[in-house]
Design a protein around this ligand. Structure first.
Ligand code: NAD
Length: 317
């Protein structure tokens, strides 16, 4: 029997590369579409093929998807930075909205399901109830949140029009090995890098903002559990944790007692965020497996090995 093919946009990135490993381990043929703007070719193992294509280049994307003939497209490729979305909302919109529409159009030709990673954190806004259910009407406060919401709307419209079981996974604050410490998001990776360098970390929002942290292993399981289902799901732990608590867990793992510098929140950032994952538990049979304390310890260990290796061969970054 021919192998099923999964195409992963953003498969050279943090979450995409973990998903890629899982998809290969499940016996799928895997094709990655990535422009390597934040992802890295070294994250794509030899078993997968890497197509360096920009999602906004519709002709190149069509050629790649038509050649791969996937049965599922995991669509993770995105302009994923809130700060960049504020400074360049046009590019954010082009990649996240038009890029998603390009993926949906190509998926329709192949009857492929699209599983889209949206954001739980940036979508619901500051007035949302805690924990926030999927039924709360989004009120994003950044262009990134707006573009993800617009992309969701296109996905739902294409799902109804083409009778394909497209799925939206609204992710919480994802952390884990391979996350870059060089962006503005990814607080666990950023703080880990500071502690590894024995430099005082900066806590925005004076350490008070809360997030709903979920390990990349659990996100990968949720994306795989979404194959063959249609719906919109919050994918997170449903637990509110502030940045001071994250820093404490990391300091314990790193064996440091550095005093943080405190700074106000940056533009587009939320004060509180916590998602209700009940719908994913009911419909996908999915629950988090990785406990935050253990996940943070394991992540610090793996990230510090990665920082060590990168320091020895800086070109690898
Ligand atoms: N990390 C989180 O906490 C989090 C939370 C909610 C949602 N998400 C979503 O999950 C997905 C993956 O995020 P991540 O944290 O792994 O980020 P990432 O930056 O590591 O991954 C994004 C990938 O998309 C690629 N990409 C960007 N623009 C592209 C374009 N125009 N064409 C082709 N490829 C392009 C990048 O090179 C990168 O490999 C994104 O859609 C992001 O919005 C992430």
């Amino acid at each position: 029997m021919p192998k099923r093919t999964a195409l992963i946009t953003g498969g050279a990135g943090f979450i995409g590369s973990h998903l890629l490993e899982a998809v290969i381990a499940e016996g799928w043929e895997a094709v990655v579409v990535d422009d390597l703007s934040t992802g890295q070719a070294r994250h794509v193992p030899d078993e997968a093929s890497l197509e360096v294509v920009d999602l906004t280049d519709r002709d190149a994307l069509d050629r790649t998807i038509d050649a791969a003939r996937p049965s599922v497209i995991f669509h993770l490729g995105a302009q994923a930075s809130v700060t960049v979305s504020v400074s360049n909302p046009t590019r954010d919109c082009e990649v996240n909205v038009l890029g998603t529409m390009n993926v949906l159009e190509a998926a329709t030709r192949h009857g492929a399901q699209v599983i889209f990673t949206s954001t739980g954190g940036a979508l619901y806004g500051n007035a949302a109830p805690i924990p926030t259910p999927e039924g709360f009407i989004p009120a994003p406060i950044s262009p990134y949140g707006a573009s993800k919401w617009a992309a969701e709307a296109y996905l739902v419209t294409w799902r109804e029009a083409n009778r394909l079981p497209h799925t939206v996974c609204r992710l919480g604050n994802v952390y884990g090995p391979r996350q870059s410490p060089h962006g503005e998001a990814g607080v666990v990776a950023i703080l880990s890098h500071r502690l590894w360098r024995r430099e005082p970390p900066t806590l925005f929002g004076f350490g008070k903002p809360t997030r709903d942290y979920v390990h990349v292993h659990d996100v990968t399981r949720a994306l795989l559990a979404s194959v063959g289902t249609a719906g919109t799901f919050n994918i997170s732990a449903g637990v509110e944790t502030n940045v001071v608590q994250i820093l404490q867990a990391l300091q314990d793992a790193a064996g440091t007692t550095l005093t943080p510098e405190l700074a106000p929140l940056r533009s587009g950032e939320l004060e509180r965020s916590c998602l209700d994952p009940g719908h994913a538990a009911e419909q996908l049979g999915w629950r988090v497996e990785v406990n935050l304390q253990q996940g943070i310890e394991q992540t610090y260990r793996t990230l510090s090995e990665q920082f060590e290796a990168d320091a020895l061969s800086p070109d690898a970054r």
